[in-house]
Write a protein that binds this ligand. Structure first.
Ligand code: FAD
Length: 412
């Protein structure tokens, strides 16, 4: 009998199970995950859930009882420890072994630990799971000083929630700008200003040397220049590492993630990998990349499900991502890095509070960062998908509506 085992009951794993059923797969589906929760969305963890604005029930990918209705066997609180590719079995840490016809590895990523003395003190936290937030909520209280190590999206979103809740966040970033790994300098500068003007302290080019504490509890972050940032707790957000060890131990090809083809198949045709743990050649960039975003997890889940069912592959999506900080909604379409030009489109009235950065390569729009600009984002996404060459004067002219820029570009 056909049995699909999905390892990792997260965003990608959950979607894959649902898509398999939607595509007509009528064999067994076992969705096994280390966490005790049914599949849930992580983005609200550093946003509305951390802020206490929504409850756990709003995190679920679908109402928990629907999994049984779809005949998806949820096995929660179990971790896969080994894959035997010859026997087509997976071993779990509860001593059980299960046989598959197809295996989907959707093990996601884990937080990168802060490699300094004192990082194991009580009060040093990370932000990845529901369990993490349940602990963190005690720190995000009025008046509490929270040292946030890492000025990436997670750190900045947490800083914005901390400020909203009346705490005192200090963002400590090792590079000379925020979001250095994922954004162009113009966007970094915008967010630096946005945070500082809203009362967040941001320290750039600040190397953390140690976490200091007393009686086993963190009380300060020591910087390489000798400065000490006194705090009540430390939140570390310095990136993630793909959970690929299970795959490499089974002899599957890995790089920065588990290597997969356009169907999300690994070097073993019976095994797929999807989501944060997978590295794939991106159809837009032509390079092998590992994306850490919900749209990518969902897209790859649908591709793997289609390949397993033998149904037509969905159209590949333009990669995209979002981040909410204060009243600022950033939506990024495409992948930055290959652009030779960045152009800014601003409304004539700067008080309007929205703008878009367009990134082009040889005149082709390859990416866009849109702040509070949903129209700009939708238009950019469609143009990127078509590898359109928009008129550059119109693109930055706020008097030419984005839909007209797009229409002209798609018709060219
Ligand atoms: P995950 O959702 O991490 O799921 C993997 C699951 O596999 C985990 O539950 C893990 O415990 C389990 N697992 C690992 N190893 C094993 C094993 N051996 N056996 C069984 N189970 C295992 N993306 C956006 O697009 N927009 C955002 O605004 C955004 N905000 C984010 C905010 C936070 C705080 C975080 C942490 C992430 C955010 N992301 C955001 C990223 C997004 O959540 C991830 O890209 C997405 O969750 C990836 O899905 P996944 O299924 O690959 O991994």
């Amino acid at each position: 009998d056909a049995t699909v085992i999905i390892l990792g009951a997260g965003q990608a794993g959950g979607q894959c199970a649902a898509s398999l059923r939607r595509s007509g797969f009528d064999g067994r589906i076992v969705l096994a995950g280390s966490e005790p929760h049914p599949p849930y969305q992580r983005p609200p963890l550093s946003k509305a859930y951390l802020a206490g604005e929504i409850g756990e029930d709003r995190l679920w990918l679908q109402p928990p009882d629907v999994w049984a209705d779809q005949k998806v066997e949820l096995r929660l609180g179990v971790t896969a420890t080994a894959i035997d590719r010859d026997a087509k079995t997976v071993r779990f840490d509860d001593g059980t072994t299960q046989t598959y016809t197809h295996l989907v590895i959707a093990t996601g990523s884990r937080v990168r630990p802060l490699p300094v003395p004192g990082a194991d003190l009580d009060g040093v936290r990370y932000l990845r799971t529901i369990a993490d937030i349940d602990v963190l909520k005690a720190d995000f209280q009025p008046g509490k000083r929270i040292a946030i190590v890492g000025g990436g999206y997670i750190g900045l979103e947490a800083a914005s929630v901390a400020k909203k809740l009346g705490a005192q966040p200090v963002v400590i970033e090792a590079m000379d700008r925020l979001l250095a790994r994922v954004a162009v300098p113009e966007l970094s500068a915008f967010y630096l200003d946005a945070h500082r003007t809203r009362g967040v302290t941001v320290e750039l080019s600040a190397q953390v040397e140690a976490i200091e504490g007393s009686q086993g509890r963190a009380g300060a972050v020591l910087l390489a220049d000798g400065r000490e940032i006194v705090c009540d707790s430390v939140l570390v957000g310095i990136g993630v590492l793909p959970n690929q060890e299970l795959a490499s131990a089974a002899g599957l090809t890995t790089g920065n993630g588990i290597s997969v083809d356009s169907e999300c198949r690994t070097s073993d045709p019976a095994i797929f990998a999807i989501g944060d743990c997978a590295e794939q050649e991106n159809w837009l960039t032509g390079t092998r990349i590992r994306l850490e975003s919900v749209p990518n997890a969902l897209d790859q889940a649908k591709h793997a499900a289609a390949a397993i069912c033998g149904t037509p592959a969905p159209k590949p999506e333009v990669p995209w991502f979002w981040s909410d900080q204060f009243e600022l909604k950033l939506q990024t379409a495409g992948v930055i890095g290959q652009q030779d030009t960045t152009l800014q489109r601003r409304p004539a009235d700067p008080a309007a509070g929205h703008f878009t950065l367009f990134h082009l390569k040889d005149g082709v729009l390859i990416a866009a960062d849109c702040v509070n600009d949903a129209h700009g984002f939708m238009a950019a996404k469609m143009m990127i998908a078509q590898r359109a060459k928009p008129d550059l004067d119109d693109l930055v002219n706020p008097d030419v509506p984005m839909k007209d820029v797009m229409k002209a570009a798609l018709g060219r």
